[in-house]
Design a protein around this ligand. Structure first.
Ligand code: BGC
Length: 907
């Protein structure tokens, strides 16, 4: 660097430091910015600190809560004041004031002092608002349409009512839920921007309601309310063999609109016997089917006050308990990215195909002009076959169809409502005139989770892999974590979710997403502790208790705790975790869990003509024993965090027995395992099943096995997530890179080379001869193998947590694989972390950002005996760098918060 640039950068950095005073920002309550309609009785507050100084921590905080924003700003009428609390806790600080009441809005703010005794100002004021906390807060009645022939796959019911508002409206809330999916309207306008509401939960036990601020949609005088319903997960076709009506036969809605007039008086408008019903343009809808829409049947003014509904039918009032109602917890599904066609073409057989360039989940928006009665049929697919033909066989019984009938009145714009589609391509039939790019776009929909991670390197294939992992996540995080989003499945498979959960928490904020789903896991757990294969469970009680799937019950809460530092997830799930491990304990004989059905290392490597036995079959009970040990270890960890001493000792004793039994049953005296597969060695090493003195040789056997397969992986769903991690941990980091960068089948980059834009279910979804794997099991959007993302962040850029929530973190990059650059950024609950390195002209440069109120261990690879600088000054002279030590070839530094730039020669 030239002297002038150096001086300039130093100047900029120091100006930035002085410019930034201590501030408290990004205040959230229960992970949300100003949430309304929550039912958590002790909500938690989090905030982030911003300052230009380095090595800053929080010394104390002060929280205050009030009912009136203006008074709170003046420090008056305080409802709860924490006092000055000497604590560095800035994440998930629980409310501890008087009990909270239904519907009330609470305002809050926080002020902090740091370790240098700088005191911030009071933060901006934020709020949260409670929903309906008790079932008798509901005065509305459940109503269902009274339409003959109302059953699955029939027209969508529409329910409506007029209501008169006598005075000016100050504020209004709509509390609403449905049996089925709903779309609510007030005075001709759609309520909110959430889709597929009320989401999917274990409906009979936990049905979520949503709260909307609908003040701007109302007016003094006569108003109209309307709700459209779709079969959705409630009663539509789910799972296999025409399985319908899983939660009930009839669609219904519960609608409670609460109004406060400007003079402070109140009024409610509720669903009751006075509502009317009919059907309209949606003639059929289904999660797997898609949607049929006949625009000629639209009833344009149906949610307008002047609409004459005398011809509409009365509704039926249901005597339905409201005890299962809970406030929405996870992020709602919203529209996200849109995609224009990258190509519209005709196949050899004359079909019109639109390519959106990305395998995504959501739906299309269609613009069409033509005569009344013209039918446009759209099918959705993930791939084309090798001859460029539209390929739908892998969708099995899912039609993924849109059937649109034109009304013939100028340009018509259509989007589906009560389905979603997994697709990159659509086939359009019957379009009047020529289909142009402006006629169709694709819209991705998924749970509205904040993107938290960014990862990139100098290797374009690896960057595409990261892109594919992220899109696998987007497409399969549609209210529940699904295995796949396109075929007749789309279920919350537990094994897939646990395998991917750590990677997921790097890419996006999944705390509340998994928090919600884990509540359903507990709700659907069988009385004896068994955890179903899928959550919500639609496969029956006996479809449960498979090793590596059921362990989602212990693995995901722990992963979420480590990622977000939220102890409540452990408290919330503790009984469920315990019940699951308790079930294994009861089932095991002589400390061996070797009974029952297990999926095993699902979709491991199997060559077609397996004459010399290359298939990587791992003994299922060996796998079960490893996962039992892992879950038991997580019980020890969790019980320690929750201070349950008896449980800690119980599980500690149990773990020893599990490992001893493993050694007796599955290992020779020299450490050879009964299954000589990568997965067997990976699980045994990852979960510390082997005596310490036998681990290194075991890792060598693993390495040898990989080499025997020509540096290819052979692992399935359970071995893959830990494969590279184990290699790195036991001194085979180069081999981990070799595997990651392997471009031939089976490998992570093989699908990338074949043009994948998401993660495939199988290593060879498209085989080397460009034909497809068996259509019965060949999804092109299945995130499980994307679990390598975790290792990419953790090892390539070395960004990982040391303590829960990254309160202490580590930046320990391990360059390799001829990469010359790698960079990761992660928004943690404390703020932005960054690890970004380059190797240029034999100089290793590392940029690090450590959030305020955290500390970091930074490990500089191969830096021992090199001259290391930080911001161009020898590190020995940089005051904030206090602890420097050497570990082998590496140099370890302990740092406080701030931005750092290190350089040293690699040779
Ligand atoms: C799903 C998987 C799931 C598996 C169980 C499949 O049908 O798509 O991802 O985990 O069944 O082995």
């Amino acid at each position: 660097m030239k002297i002038s640039t150096l001086v300039l950068s130093l100047l900029v950095m120091s100006v930035m430091s002085f410019a930034q005073k201590l501030q408290v920002q990004e205040l959230t309550c229960e992970y949300q910015d100003n949430p309304i309609g929550i039912d958590i009785e002790t909500p938690r507050f989090s905030w982030k600190l911003i300052t230009g100084q380095r090595a800053i921590t929080q010394k104390s905080y002060e929280l205050r809560v009030g009912l009136d924003q203006a008074a709170l700003a003046k420090g008056q009428n305080i409802l709860w004041h924490s006092g000055i609390v000497s604590s560095d806790q800035s994440v998930s600080v629980p409310y501890a004031g008087p009990p909270l009441t239904s519907r009330q809005r609470y305002y809050w703010q926080v002020k902090i002092a740091d370790n240098t005794n700088v005191v911030s100002r009071w933060s901006e004021i934020k709020y949260w608002e409670m929903g309906l906390l008790k079932s008798d807060d509901w005065t509305a009645s459940w109503i269902e349409p009274n339409i003959p022939g109302d059953s699955v796959g029939r027209p969508s019911p529409m329910l409506r009512s007029n209501f008169d508002l006598k005075k000016n409206v100050r504020s209004a809330r709509l509390y609403i839920t449905a049996h089925g999916l709903y779309e609510a309207h007030l005075n001709g306008q759609r309520v909110g921007d959430q889709y597929l509401s009320p989401g999917w939960t274990s409906y009979n036990k936990r049905l979520q309601y949503q709260t909307y601020d609908v003040t701007p949609l109302l007016k003094q005088g006569v108003n109209a309310a309307g709700v459209m319903l779709g079969d959705g997960w409630y009663r539509g076709h789910l799972a296999w063999e025409n399985n319908t009506n899983i939660y009930g036969k009839n669609l219904a809605v519960l609608f409670q609109l609460e109004i406060i007039y400007s003079d402070g008086t109140k009024e409610s408008v509720i669903s009751n016997e006075g509502w009317k019903c009919s059907t309209g343009a949606i003639t059929k809808s289904g999660i797997y089917y898609g949607e049929a829409y006949d625009a000629r049947l639209e009833i344009p003014e149906w949610v307008h006050a002047g609409f004459n509904d005398t011809e509409w039918k009365p509704v039926r009032v249901l005597a339905e308990s409201k005890k299962n109602l809970v406030a929405s917890y996870g992020p709602p599904v919203r529209k996200q990215e849109t995609f224009k066609p990258v190509k519209i073409s005709k196949t050899a057989s004359g079909e019109t195909i639109v390519d959106f360039g990305q395998n995504l989940v959501g739906w299309i928006n269609l613009k069409v002009t033509g005569s009344a009665g013209t039918q446009v049929t759209i099918h959705h697919a993930e791939v084309l076959d090798k001859d460029g033909n539209f390929y739908t066989e892998n969708l099995r019984a899912a039609d993924q169809e849109i059937l649109y009938t034109l009304k013939g009145s100028g340009q018509e714009i259509y989007e589906p409502r009560f389905s979603f589609f997994g697709f990159r391509y659509v086939r359009v039939k019957g379009f009047p005139g020529e289909l142009k790019p402006e006629n169709i776009i694709a819209i991705a929909l998924y749970s509205d989770m904040k993107t938290t991670g960014k990862f990139s390197t100098s290797n374009a294939l690896l960057n595409q892999l990261q892109h594919n992992i992220l899109w696998g996540q987007k497409g399969n995080f549609v209210d529940v974590p699904t295995d796949c989003p396109q075929r007749d499945e789309r279920l919350g498979w537990t094994g897939d979710a646990q395998a991917f959960s750590r990677t997921a928490a790097y890419n996006m904020d999944v705390a509340a997403f998994f928090g919600k789903w884990l509540k359903d896991l507990s709700a659907d757990q069988v009385e004896d502790g068994r955890v179903p294969f899928v959550i919500p469970n639609v496969l029956g009680k006996n479809a449960s208790a498979s090793a590596g799937w059921a362990d989602a019950a212990t693995i995901i809460p722990w992963n979420m705790y480590m990622a977000y530092g939220d102890k409540r997830i452990l408290e919330q799930q503790y009984e469920s975790m315990k019940a699951w491990v308790g079930y294994i304990e009861k089932t095991a004989i002589n400390d061996l869990w070797n009974t029952g059905f297990h999926f095993g290392d699902w979709l491991f490597y199997r060559p077609l003509d397996d004459n010399d036995g290359r298939a990587a079959v791992t003994d299922k009970y060996l796998i079960a024993q490893c996962f039992w040990a892992h879950s038991t270890q997580l019980m020890i960890n969790t019980a320690s965090v929750l201070n349950k001493k008896d449980d800690v000792s119980h599980y500690t004793n149990s773990l020893k027995k599990i490992k001893d039994a493993f050694a007796r049953e599955y290992m020779t005296a020299s450490g050879r395992l009964v299954s000589s597969t990568q997965t067997a060695y990976v699980l045994a090493l990852q979960f510390d099943m082997l005596p310490e003195n036998l681990r290194a040789q075991s890792a060598d056997r693993l390495a040898q096995n990989i080499k025997d397969y020509g540096n290819h992986l052979t692992t399935g769903f359970l071995g893959t997530p830990y494969l590279c991690e184990v290699l790195t941990r036991f001194g085979h980091n180069d081999l981990a890179y070799t595997l990651l960068l392997q471009e031939t089948y089976p490998s992570w980059l093989y699908p990338v080379k074949m043009g994948a834009t998401t993660i495939w279910e199988r290593w060879d979804g498209i085989k080397t001869d460009s034909t497809f794997q068996t259509p019965g099991m060949n999804s092109f959007n299945h995130y499980a193998y994307g679990a390598i993302g975790d290792w990419m962040y953790r090892t390539i850029t070395g960004l990982k947590e040391v303590s829960p929530g990254y309160k202490e973190l580590m930046i320990a990059p391990k360059p390799g694989g001829k990469l010359t650059r790698a960079s990761a950024e992660l928004t943690t609950v404390y703020g932005q972390v960054k690890s970004s390195w380059t190797i240029e002209d034999d100089i290793f440069k590392l940029d690090v950002v450590i959030p305020v109120n955290t500390s970091a261990q930074v490990i500089l690879p191969n830096a021992a005996s090199r001259k290391i600088t930080e911001r161009y000054i020898d590190i020995s002279k940089v005051k904030v760098i206090k602890e420097v030590s050497t570990i082998g070839q590496d140099v370890k530094l302990k740092l406080g918060s701030g931005t750092y730039h290190f350089e040293y020669p690699v040779k």
